[in-house]
Ligand binder design. Structure first.
Ligand SMILES: C[S@@+](CC[C@H](N)C(=O)[O-])C[C@H]1O[C@@H](n2cnc3c(N)ncnc32)[C@H](O)[C@@H]1O
Length: 177
């Protein structure tokens, strides 16, 4: 994203805030949103001295309720994976400055399993697993979807896994508002 000093950057599903901390180190104004109280508390505990601003809420809700404009919006294995793009993409465009960057990453889809997929995240032994939906598209489909929603210069590519035991790479998607 290469944010300039003073640029405003929003992370959707910021988790414990490590990526936002990097953004603040580059001199940008960082805002993070996460639906999980535990994640937001962990980010506050670790990074309160960086000046990052954190909100505990759903990403779409945050985007729809506020008016602040951002130079860049990003999501690393975050809300952009777990939210229907038909709902999320218009909400992001409303908050991106003209020409601003939207970038996100997550695992690539499993062959033959495209679109909305159900997944279970284990919690404690006494609780049912958390049911989540995620949206898995191939790179070409992401480019089409972003373009249909008015984004420009959309691009998507698969970054191979670093050498080691892991074999699954990362899908990286980027477009302009
Ligand atoms: C796999 S973690 C990644 C966290 C962080 N981006 C990172 O790279 O370390 C996914 C995060 O997305 C958050 N998340 C998922 N759906 C969300 C939503 N609709 N709104 C806000 N946060 C969401 C989860 O609470 C979780 O913290």
């Amino acid at each position: 994203m290469a944010p300039k000093t003073g640029a405003s950057v929003l992370d959707l599903g910021c988790g414990k805030g490590g990526n936002l901390a990097h953004i603040t180190a580059l001199g940008a104004r960082a805002v993070g949103v996460d639906i999980s109280l535990a994640q937001i508390k962990a980010a506050e505990a670790r990074w309160s001295d960086t000046g990052m601003v954190l909100h505990r809420t759903d990403a779409t809700r945050y985007l729809k309720e506020g008016g602040e404009q951002f130079d860049a919006v990003f999501s690393v294995f975050g809300a952009a994976w777990f939210t229907d793009p038909a709902v999320l993409l218009p909400a992001i465009r409303r908050r991106l400055r003209p020409g601003g960057v939207f970038a996100f990453s997550h695992r690539p889809p499993i062959e033959g399993c495209y679109g909305c997929q159900a997944s279970y995240i284990n919690r404690s032994e006494d609780e049912d697993p958390l049911v989540v939906k995620r949206w898995d598209y191939e790179p070409d489909r992401w480019v089409e979807t972003l373009t249909e929603h008015g984004f420009t210069a959309a691009g998507a590519r698969l970054v191979p896994a670093p050498s080691g035991r892991r074999k699954i790479g990362t899908l990286v998607v980027r477009a302009h508002g």
